[in-house]
Design a protein around this ligand. Structure first.
Ligand SMILES: [Zn+2]
Length: 253
């Protein structure tokens, strides 16, 4: 199994060793672990160093563009040069109050440029800003660089435009009712789909002592089942198709 978008840095420090040990022995063969701001890049890098199947993504999430250190762009370039990685999580979010859309746009465009120059894939977050996001992507120097639409919940029309630009649509636990998903899967080929847990702090309710590894594996499994069903495919055949997509993306990290 392949998880195209997670935030493993949100796992409490004391629970990480157990999680890493159990995931390394599980059917999960690749996790794209997305940073969200400069302060968590170090943690993401160290998780990737300990968990061989984890590929780090470094970047600034649109929610966290206020109050960035002055040298964040240099720091990102430096981080990118150290190890195989993608760029993420980046994008635009018009529903997020208190964060300037102008600053979001600046940070997004800068990170997109860095990704294009380094030919590294990137993971996109988009809420309420499809026209703006598409306009920026169309102007970017993508040249066939594949990228990920994390937690895709847009229209079939958006999906078609994104796929034309090189996008892969990543479907998570909160995405889409079955009807909408069926419509999407009937019109977009499986080569353009991914599965994700979007695991983060908010995934596990606080106050209860949940078994994080078990919760994580169940979430990923449920997303695989949901999407395999939408494609009317058996789980093994579906998993193979998703693994091919993972191999393709791994050519751009
Ligand atoms: Zn995310």
């Amino acid at each position: 199994m392949f998880d195209a978008h997670a935030h493993l840095q949100d796992i409490p420090q004391e629970k990480l060793p157990d999680f890493i040990e159990r995931i390394a022995a599980s059917p999960v063969k690749r996790i794209f672990c997305n940073a969200t701001l400069p302060a968590d890049w170090g943690t993401v890098a160290s998780i990737a160093a300990e968990l061989r199947i984890c590929t780090p993504f470094f970047g600034v999430h649109p929610w966290f563009v206020e109050g960035l250190p002055d040298d964040w762009e240099h720091a990102l370039e430096h981080q990118m040069a150290k190890k195989k990685c993608g760029i993420g999580e980046i994008g635009l979010d018009r529903a997020r109050g208190g964060v300037s859309f102008e600053k979001q746009t600046y940070a997004f465009v800068r990170q997109l440029d860095l990704a294009c120059m380094a030919r590294k894939t990137f993971s996109l977050h988009c809420v309420g800003a499809w026209p703006q996001l598409l306009a920026i992507l169309k102007k970017a120097d993508l040249n066939g660089l594949p990228f990920i639409l994390h937690g895709f919940n847009g229209s079939v029309e958006n999906a078609k435009e994104l796929v034309k630009l090189g996008g892969l649509l990543s479907i998570g636990p909160r995405n889409m009712d079955p009807g909408k998903l069926d419509a999407l899967c009937s019109q977009i080929p499986i080569e353009h789909f991914l599965v994700e847990t979007d695991f983060s702090k908010s995934s596990v309710s606080t106050g209860v002592d949940v078994d994080i590894a078990e919760f994580y594996l169940k979430t990923l499994d449920a997303c695989y089942q949901k999407l395999a069903k939408a494609f009317r495919m058996g789980l093994a055949e579906f998993s193979n198709a998703i693994q091919d997509n993972e191999q393709y993306l791994m050519g751009y990290v």
